[in-house]
Write a protein that binds this ligand. Structure first.
Ligand code: PGA
Length: 260
């Protein structure tokens, strides 16, 4: 597992954007899995800048969201559909028919999830999955105890996740949906390349467990130790609990890369 430690949130976001941009340049019709939440906001702002100032071309890119709440319409301000359009899709030249986000209002969420999993396969599988991480080590909405063999499916959110996400429902924090459709652990692990972003000291424990902990379904992100091409991109606070790498590190300007 490779760990990039950036001096601050801005540099973390730029590092992540460089990796996403490199993937798009290498394979213009690459398939991305994309997260929501507070952490990737800087990444999306940087990708929008790269599109506007450097001509980064999203026209052939396929984008699959990691997850979506069940029960919210697409145009609800707290839906992940709204978030992705507001933060990224409305500002780059991605083709609308290459965007896939689970439908939160699907009559049959099981069927919607199975169709979503199938759509990922039909697109050729995920080339690059971008992940955030919950304080409990969740990735996507795969909460502790999720089976490593899980595929896209409807899930129940953990209490801690509902509390953490209440900040995105300011008008009514009690309105956080209790369910979502999420890519599964196996869906994510099938990606050819994975990057995980984490910022802030409140993520440091989960990050430590991801890198050093036993691989256990109690900490979903620990499964990433088993992926052949996974890079964690952290700011200093998120990296603050990590042991120094026995393999040393490669320093760069404001960045150091460790290999575990
Ligand atoms: P955050 O969420 O980026 O808002 O902290 C990350 C996650 O819960 O996966």
């Amino acid at each position: 597992m490779k760990v990039i430690v950036a001096d601050d949130y801005g540099m973390m976001s730029k590092e992540a954007a460089e990796i996403v941009a490199a993937e798009i340049r290498k394979k213009p019709d690459c398939v991305l899995a994309l997260p929501t939440g507070g952490t990737p906001l800087g990444l999306y702002a940087e990708l929008v800048r790269m599109h506007k100032e450097e001509g980064l071309d999203f026209s052939c890119v396929f984008a699959f969201n990691l997850d979506e709440y069940i029960g919210l319409p697409e145009d609800h301000e707290s839906s992940y559909n709204f978030y992705m359009h507001d933060r990224l899709f409305n500002h780059v030249n991605i083709s609308r028919d290459r965007i896939r986000i689970p439908c939160g209002l699907a009559e049959d969420p099981e069927e919607e999830a199975a169709a979503y999993e199938w759509a990922i396969k039909r697109a050729g599988g995920i080339d690059l999955a971008v992940l955030g991480i919950g304080r409990n080590g969740h990735i996507g909405f795969n909460e502790p105890r999720t089976e490593f063999g899980s595929l896209t499916r409807p899930i129940y959110l953990a209490k801690r996740t509902i509390e953490a996400n209440a900040r995105f429902f300011q008008e009514n924090p009690d309105a956080v949906p209790r369910r979502a459709i999420s890519m599964g652990i196996r869906t994510i692990m099938n990606s050819r390349k994975i990057i995980l972003l984490a910022s802030g000291v409140e993520k440091s424990h989960a990050v430590n467990q991801t890198v050093h902990g036993p691989v256990t379904e109690m900490v979903p992100s620990s499964v990433l130790q088993l992926h052949p091409d996974c890079t964690l991109i952290l700011d200093k606070d998120a990296a603050s609990e990590l042991e120094p790498s026995p393999n040393g590190f490669i320093p760069g300007p404001g960045i150091k890369t460790m290999v575990y």
